[in-house]
Design a protein around this ligand. Structure first.
Ligand code: FAD
Length: 298
């Protein structure tokens, strides 16, 4: 790559990978400015930047988030890139192995990352290091080295790069640039920081969340609070809970009291107190008391 590379933030990942944040458009304030155009002069209430962003994310009003954009340069193993490229709402440009020769780097998992197949989740691995993991790690390295050697043999024999590469392993590193708006980045981060995502792509996503937080601190904090670290219930699960909690109205009273006593020290906005009570009411089979704007129904 040339000398004119601009890098705002950079961090190494796995053995030879990196995440570089190379460009950012917008800020928390720009998201709020975009959101405020929707009510123009129609309301006198102007909530703070933080309150409004938290409201938008809590209620999935994600359009204004498209007014933030980030560009990353990524270096990761090909098997990670394959998962990454399923995220279609982004722009990519990747190094071409038809055009350039392979860089001599491939991913070898540390022995403690070589764990067994999860029996419950057929797509996952367990946390338990497998027996002889060090031996397996060296074997993985040796296999990749052999395949790279063959690759160079083909190139020396005059075989075109686009053919010479076809037996290369998925562990070979690739590089690409990735431009994504904040709305779709949050979707990417939600899916790829989740424990269900493969360990290797999670390492990248966690770093990207930290980097994004430097430029959009309120958005990322709200994403953590309302999406990443929250849970939701299906209607079947709610049905079960409803049966258990039905007629236990005193719980609502208890929560209301708790909120009132502790309102100054709780990390909940006032509207969220009402929303929490509403969720509990829903859990117990009552109608919700808030309208679609989050105001108490008259
Ligand atoms: C743990 C895990 C396991 C996975 N396993 C597999 C697997 O085994 N096989 C496999 O093929 N994929 C797999 N995937 C990929 C997954 O199915 C998604 O393709 C990927 O996560 C991208 O998510 P997305 O569609 O939300 O993102 P994006 O493609 O970036 O899309 C963002 C949003 O835009 C909208 N959108 C995008 N494209 C369309 C469209 N064509 N029509 C309508 N709306 C659209 C949707 O709202 C979408 O959520 C897996 C993903 C994860 C996280």
């Amino acid at each position: 790559m040339g000398e004119d590379r601009r890098v705002l933030l950079s961090e190494k990942v796995l053995d030879h990978g990196f995440v570089e944040l190379i460009d950012v458009l917008g800020s928390d304030q720009d998201i709020v400015n975009a959101a405020r155009t929707s009510y123009d002069k129609g309301t006198k209430e102007v909530s703070s930047t933080k309150q409004l962003i938290r409201y938008l994310i809590r209620h999935k009003h994600s359009g204004p988030l498209e007014f933030g954009e980030l560009v990353f340069r990524i270096r990761c193993p090909i098997f990670v890139a394959r998962q990454w490229f399923r995220h279609r709402m982004a722009s990519y440009n990747e190094v071409s192995l038809r055009y350039s020769e392979v860089v001599e780097e491939f991913y070898v998992p540390r022995s403690e990352w070589i764990t067994g197949q999860d029996r419950r989740n057929r797509q996952a691995r367990t946390d338990h290091e497998i027996e002889k993991s060090e031996e397996i790690s060296s074997k993985l390295k040796q296999d990749a080295e052999n395949l790279l050697k063959e690759y160079h043999n083909y190139i020396e024999k005059g075989v075109a790069r686009e053919i010479a590469r076809i037996n290369l392993p998925l562990s070979i590193y690739t590089s690409f640039v990735f431009k994504i708006d904040l709305r779709n980045l949050l979707n990417f981060l939600s899916l790829r920081t989740d424990p269900h995502a493969q360990f290797e792509i999670r390492q990248y996503a966690n770093i990207m969340a930290k980097m994004s937080e430097k430029f959009f601190p309120i958005v990322i904090e709200a994403w953590r609070d309302y999406i990443r670290n929250s849970i939701s219930f299906s209607s079947a699960e709610l049905h079960v809970l409803k049966n258990i909690f039905e007629d236990k109205l005193e719980i609502i009273k208890e929560v209301e009291n708790f909120l009132q006593i502790n309102q100054k020290i709780l990390p909940l906005a006032k509207l969220e107190h009402l929303e929490l009570i509403d969720k509990l009411r829903k859990l117990m089979g009552f109608d919700t008391t808030l309208d679609y704007l989050g105001k108490e129904k008259k």
